[in-house]
Design a protein around this ligand. Structure first.
Ligand code: IMP
Ligand code: MG
Length: 184
C-alpha cells in the first residue's frame, strides 16, 4: 500500500468513522470480487458518478484485473443539502455508447437512492448487455427507493460524512478517510 500522510481532524469534524486502511482493504476486496464476476466479459465500462465517486473509482479500477474502460457522468439533485428532492438532473453525460456493454455504475454513497435509481432507469434504456451497481457507503435508514446494490463497501448510520470523495459544500473531499461532520 502506498504511504499516505493522514491529515489531522479539523475542528468541524467530529470523528473518523472509517479510517484510510479500512477503506483500502474494503476497496481491494470489492475489486477482487468485481474482477472475478467480470472475468468473461468482453466490454466492461465503469461509470463513475462525479464528483463524489472519483477517489473510490480511481482506487477500485487500479486494482481490477479485467480489461475495462472508465467513463464519467455528473448529476445533481436540487434542493436542500440534507435530503434529496428526487429531482435528479443530468449535468454531463458519459461519452461511451453503453449498448451491448457490461456497465458498472460506481457511486460514492447511497442516501435516499434517488440518484442511483434515476441512473439505473436512464442506463437501462440504452440497452447495455448487463447493468450493475456499486457504492462505497450506504445509509440504509434513509433509503426511499428500492434500488439494489450489487457491491457495497460499508453501511453507516444516518450521519453526514465527508472525505474519500464526499464533501460538505465542496469541503473535505480529498481526505483519505471518512469522517462525521460536527452537528454544531
Ligand atoms: P441520494 O440520491 O439521496 O441517494 O443521494 C445521493 C447523493 O447525495 C450522493 O451521491 C452524494 O453526492 C450526496 N450525499 C448523500 N449523503 C451524503 C453524505 O453523508 N455526505 C456527502 N454527500 C452525501
Ligand atoms: Mg454522488
Amino acid at each position: 500500500m502506498s504511504p499516505i500522510t493522514i491529515p489531522p481532524l479539523s475542528e468541524d469534524l467530529e470523528s473518523v468513522l472509517i479510517d484510510a486502511d479500512t477503506i483500502q482493504r474494503k476497496v481491494s476486496d470489492l475489486s477482487r470480487r468485481i474482477s472475478e464476476d467480470y472475468k468473461d466479459s468482453d466490454g466492461l465500462v465503469v461509470v463513475s458518478v462525479l464528483k463524489g465517486a472519483f477517489m473510490f473509482t480511481a482506487d477500485l479500477c487500479r486494482q481490477l484485473s479485467v480489461p475495462h474502460t472508465v467513463d464519467f457522468i455528473a448529476l445533481s439533485s436540487y434542493g436542500n443539502r440534507d435530503y434529496s428532492s428526487g429531482n435528479v438532473r443530468l449535468i454531463m453525460d458519459v461519452r461511451e455508447n453503453l449498448a451491448d456493454k457490461d456497465v458498472l455504475i460506481v457511486e460514492d454513497i447511497l442516501d435516499s437512492g434517488h440518484t442511483l435509481s434515476y441512473l439505473v432507469r436512464n442506463f437501462t434504456a440504452r440497452q447495455p448487455s448487463s447493468l450493475k451497481t456499486a457504492a462505497l457507503v450506504s445509509k440504509p435508514d434513509r433509503l426511499l427507493t428500492d434500488v439494489k446494490l450489487d457491491y457495497l463497501g460499508f453501511e453507516i448510520p444516518d450521519v453526514w460524512v465527508v472525505g474519500y470523495g464526499l464533501d460538505y459544500a465542496e469541503q473535505h473531499r480529498t481526505l483519505p478517510y471518512i469522517a462525521v461532520m460536527n452537528r454544531t
